[in-house]
Design a protein around this ligand. Sequence first.
Ligand code: FAD
Length: 308
Amino acid sequence: MFDVIVVGGGPAGLSAALTLGRAVRTTLLIDSAEYRNAPAEEMHNFLTRDGTPPSELRAIARAELGRYPTVEIRDAAVDNARAVEGGEGFELSLADGDTVQARRLVLATGLADDLPPIDNIRELWGRGVYHCPYCHGYETRGTPIAVLDADPVMVGLALHLRRFSDDVVLCANGGGDQLDEQTRARLAANGVPVRFEKVVRLESAGGELESVVFDSGAPLPRRSLFAQSRFGQRSKIPAQLGCRLLPDGCVAISDFHETSVPGVYAAGDMAHRESLPMPTPFVIVAAAGGTMAAIAADKNLVATDTAI
Ligand SMILES: Cc1cc2nc3c(=O)[nH]c(=O)nc-3n(C[C@H](O)[C@H](O)[C@H](O)COP(=O)(O)OP(=O)(O)OC[C@H]3O[C@@H](n4cnc5c(N)ncnc54)[C@H](O)[C@@H]3O)c2cc1C
């Protein structure tokens, strides 16, 4: 029986394990290595590691965990999680057939991205196709940028990206009817032309985006395209344990990263506080959340073990 099992070895889980190691908690970190930012060559906006490959950050974090003898790492997938009946804690079944138990759980299992059905978009995700101006806007400055779809979020993003480039085109992708007169006027006033045709394919050469291809009309030469993913929980564990979800599909957590299931804490992209209208999917925020979740789990164990 471990004190805490951390599921997920991205920045949130690694950070939680570090805090638990320093709290001298017997800790098992289980990681199936499907990281959300795996396609990206560089990670940005992380103090002291700006521009570092995401894999390097994880390797440094794993090496640091090696200093803490109470922390064990297993490269494995958790298939099933359940509360121990009539007792304290949780039992996890791993894909390799093993079973492990812990008194508390920290979930840091991340989100998975479902991309729009456009040929070649998955291949360019994180390498020419982006979703976030704070992660990738700086690298696209001064280059021709496309923004996919005409819903208010993407219209807002197109206007935002004009801060980085004079050449931003909104690709309405057949959804031009979403653009009312005022929005069209606003885009025009801010120098954002609109292509209304449906996008069918992204042309690339040497792994770099070259142009956006429509179902009619000339292709649009571009160096980057900003698109929205539909995200969902990467893991079934929150559902198996009965953690309450927010309308956006993230696990609801308290200010101290408690889920609705006593003894289960969550951090990283998969969870956010109800007061936040949306997830805050950044590496540094995930790492900070992991620390918070670990502290909450540790303090809960201290309170339990010292109660009279
Ligand atoms: C293309 C792209 C580029 C990005 N670039 C940046 C950037 O430059 N800067 C930035 O701040 N943010 C960036 N982000 C966001 C960043 O990737 C996330 O905020 C961050 O990865 C969240 O960390 P996490 O630990 O919550 O999840 P993840 O890093 O996704 O880690 C979750 C881990 O849980 C594991 N897991 C899931 N289910 C199980 C299971 N059943 N058993 C065992 N393990 C499991 C997964 O395999 C994975 O290892 C980018 C995102 C994308 C998509």
